[in-house]
Design a protein around this ligand. Structure first.
Ligand code: HEM
Length: 491
């Protein structure tokens, strides 16, 4: 008995000492003693007296920095808005900037080995397979069919019922676009319809569980030390208990769909799951892959559409130009839905959507971790283990990249000789760029253009307070705190 209690004592002491030692090492690496202006403002949150969002403060600092790069020592984070650095980390020296363990551990419980959350061989395999699938004509036309069906059967009827016969009615654009994109990405990825945009706007169990999981994972990233959430997870406490429960709901639903599909066979389905089933026999792996797609394609599209309609409310002339262009290309019948070839001819619409994401990128910043010491093209020394962030939100607001009118919403800046002209992905890394560029770019553009065009042609959509200063809730994708209320009238 005495021996047993001695062993327990030694074990407990060893664990406590080890914990304290690791914690001290972690804290020391972060340079908590740094008292430079930026670190002091970060720690005391004094920046919040002048800026609404952390991203706005970073933008201010990056604009002032001669190199377009800053270092927040207390969190060991280099942040850059310099296109040369962005190209270097995403393409030239890609292998030195993986997502890293610190990131994958945060999303690991939800995403497992899914493409979004892995590096190296596992990522390369999924990337190759997913690029082949997403590039195929059949999957692209399946994606368009899913979107068109959701627009015709749910989005337009919902807007029509709110708009009434002329008096108009109000709705929260952000909520509706989130429901729309969730239904669409679930149908596209798994062939599952959560029905979240049905007329009664039901609370879908899958959607709530998925939202809560991604929100709580994002909160992990904001904890002052990962040890805090890891301890909570170990003892199954508070937010970690809720996270575990919500992840269980998401995974169970995905497992059920996969099981059923294995029983019925995948040949009659065109969704991503069926395509991947042929090459992957491990159902847990298959589930992780599909869940990554849900995360990648859901909030991003909803976020882009929400800020697009905000900018349109501030710039009614752009709405007129989009309507004129679509009347020229598709004729004046407003109910006609655009096909692939129409969408390709709508250069002004394409420009307006790109311009909107320049100012409000759905992924405002994105981080990697340096594997080895390195030096960025602007001369910044990058120490091994440093978190390195490129910042599309700040980049869209840099005069040195976009000129003195960088804060203005001007779709024309994307048009040359009447045609849409893309910009370098490193100047505009909204879809990332380089080796790991977004795989859903084309699909998301088709989705956003189709939705925007139908609504703009059939309704007048006015955001209730278009000049408001936006406050974003911290998370993986830009989400407006309190939503975006708007009034809708039939045209
Ligand atoms: C406006 C819409 C979208 C934006 C702005 C966007 C942006 C991004 C960004 C910034 C990344 C890099 C994230 C990172 O590595 O941390 C990414 C990756 C990815 N996106 Fe998108 N995305 C959009 C829509 C979509 C859609 C609809 C899909 C699915 C069909 C999708 C699939 C993916 C996938 C699979 C990756 C991971 C690629 C890899 O790691 O190799 N995205 N996206």
């Amino acid at each position: 008995m005495e021996l047993q209690s001695s062993i327990s004592f030694v074990y407990f002491t060893f664990t406590a000492v080890f914990f304290l030692f690791s914690f001290s090492l972690y804290i020391l690496r972060l340079k908590p003693y740094c008292n430079c202006d930026v670190c002091t403002a970060f720690v005391t949150r004094s920046w919040a007296a002048e800026f609404v969002n952390l991203s706005d403060w970073y933008t201010h600092l990056l604009r002032k920095s001669p190199t377009g790069t800053i270092h927040v020592h207390v969190i060991n984070n280099i942040i850059t808005a310099n296109p040369d650095n962005v190209e270097y980390m995403l393409k030239t020296n890609f292998d030195n900037y993986p997502k890293g363990k610190a990131f994958s551990v945060i999303l690991g419980d939800l995403l497992g080995r899914g493409i979004f959350n892995v590096d190296g061989k596992c990522w390369r395999f999924q990337r190759k397979m997913a690029s082949l699938e997403l590039g195929s004509v059949s999957i692209r036309s399946h994606a368009l069919n899913v979107v068109v069906e959701e627009i015709e059967s749910r989005l337009i009827p919902f807007f029509s019922s709110v708009a009434g016969n002329g008096g108009g009615g109000s709705l929260d654009l952000q909520d509706i676009f989130r429901r729309f994109s969730f239904d669409s990405i679930c149908k596209f990825s798994f062939g599952l319809d959560p029905g979240s945009l049905k007329p009664s706007l039901p609370v879908s169990e899958l959607e709530s569980a998925f939202d809560l999981s991604s929100k709580l994972c994002a909160e992990r990233a904001m904890a002052p030390s990962p040890l805090i959430w890891k301890m909570k997870r170990l003892f199954n406490l508070g937010s970690e208990r809720k996270l575990k429960e919500s992840i269980k709901i998401v995974k169970t639903m995905a497992d059920q769909v996969i099981k059923k599909r294995r029983e019925t066979g995948s040949s009659s389905n065109n969704d991503l799951l069926s395509r991947f089933m042929g090459s992957i026999s491990d159902d847990d792996y298959l589930r992780d892959i599909v869940i990554s797609f849900l995360l990648a394609g859901r909030d991003t599209v909803a976020s882009a559409l929400t800020s697009f309609f905000l900018l349109l409310s501030q710039n009614p002339k752009v709405v007129t130009k989009i309507r004129d262009e679509s009347d020229r290309v598709m004729g004046v019948t407003r109910e006609t839905l655009p096909g692939f070839s129409d969408l390709q001819k709508l250069h002004y619409l394409q420009a307006a959507i790109h311009e909107s994401m320049r100012l409000y990128p759905p992924v405002q910043f994105d981080s990697k971790f340096a594997k080895q010491h390195d030096v960025f093209p602007d001369g910044t020394f990058v120490k091994r283990g440093t978190r390195v962030t490129y910042h599309p939100y700040a980049m869209g607001r840099m005069e040195r990249i976009w000129g003195p009118d960088s804060l203005e919403f001007k779709p024309e800046r994307w048009i040359r000789n009447g045609e849409f002209k893309p910009e370098s992905a490193y100047k505009y890394p909204v879809y990332q760029g380089g080796v790991r560029v977004c795989l859903g770019r084309e699909m998301s553009l088709v989705e956003m253009k189709s939705v925007a065009l139908c609504l703009i042609r059939m309704f007048d959509v006015e955001v209730v307070n278009p000049e408001q200063t936006l406050r974003f809730t911290p998370g993986l994708t830009a989400t407006i705190s309190g939503g975006l209320p708007a009034v809708v009238r039939p045209r």
